[in-house]
Design a protein around this ligand. Structure first.
Ligand code: ADP
Length: 272
């Protein structure tokens, strides 16, 4: 399912004295089954854009195309339901939204809310615990008896239980230790590769963007100022700096190695 933003502008509290324009004429295309990262400094408009991917926010101007469906200003909430099933959003600290007595019920809640039978919802929950790296024994436990990292995995399973075609990740590893961060990011990457899940990662982590994404979009002061493959975007450190972004460490390191290799090569050439 392709996603396309066409000339999307958004203003909070539009038409009031508190009006705050947050997006300006954003164009962005995310082809089906790709891994897109959206990066930018704080306040650049990442969260605002993210909420347009499933109609939580509707553009003040412009169009958001999700597959065959279009979100424009004034679209009714009822018409957005199919989009909300197709596009799952993992918000920051998703475990804050856990509320059921057991992990099983929590994972089943979303699909049942979308009309899936209890039997089918339970089957999905049982299949998903393993996929998100939890033992089956957690299903009957209270989510509140689990560790922070485990709770996060339960919340992610709850989003995946809707069987979305697109998953949008909002800083999905915030607050986890480095090992937990890597495990969760690798899990999403595996899902993306094995199940063809279109993945949109909203992050300020240049490392994650470099490591996982096929394409990057750079946000700056409400505008999408640069799009392209990580290799091309990271080739221009100066431009990134002008958007208050740094090269990821792995790229810096790679550049250092290349420079060293150059020196060594020129030495070899000179001595030959
Ligand atoms: P980011 O996610 O990149 O930090 P945001 O999308 O949260 O950026 O914010 C973009 C701009 O919109 C910022 O100037 C921010 O202050 C403003 N903004 C965000 N949320 C609201 C809101 N609920 N009401 C008014 N302004 C907001």
């Amino acid at each position: 399912m392709d996603i396309k933003l066409q000339q999307v502008s958004y203003a909070y509290s539009m038409g009031t004295p508190f009006e705050k324009r947050a997006l300006f004429d954003v164009d962005l295309e995310i082809p089906s089954k790709t891994y897109q990262a959206i990066i930018g400094h704080t306040g650049s408009g990442k969260s605002t854009i993210l909420q347009h991917f499933n109609g939580l926010l509707k553009p003040s101007k412009g169009e958001v195309h999700i597959g065959e469906r279009v979100i424009v200003a004034g679209k009714k909430a009822k018409e957005l339901k199919p989009i909300r099933q197709k596009v799952g959003i993992v918000f920051q600290f998703p475990e804050h939204q856990l509320f059921e007595e057991t992990v099983l019920k929590d994972i089943m809640f979303g699909p049942m809310n979308f009309g899936v039978s209890p039997e089918e919802a339970e089957q999905r929950a049982r299949d998903l615990v393993g996929l998100v790296g939890l033992p089956n024994s957690v299903l009957e436990k209270s989510p509140f008896d689990l560790s922070g990292g485990q709770m996060r995995r339960v919340a992610i399973a709850g989003v995946l239980a809707l069987q979305p075609e697109v998953i949008v990740l909002d800083e999905p590893t915030a607050g986890l230790d480095p090992r937990g961060q890597r495990e969760i990011m690798d899990m999403f990457y595996q899902l993306h590769k094995e199940q063809g899940l279109t993945t949109i990662l909203v992050t300020h982590s240049m490392e994650d963007a470099a490591r996982y994404a096929d394409n990057l979009a750079i946000m700056h002061e409400g505008r999408c100022v640069l799009t392209g493959a990580p290799r091309d975007i990271f080739a221009d450190a100066k431009t990134l700096e002008s958007y208050r972004l740094e090269l990821p460490r792995i790229i810096k390191f790679q550049h250092k190695v290349e420079k060293l290799m150059d020196k060594k090569l020129s030495k070899i050439c000179l001595t030959e």
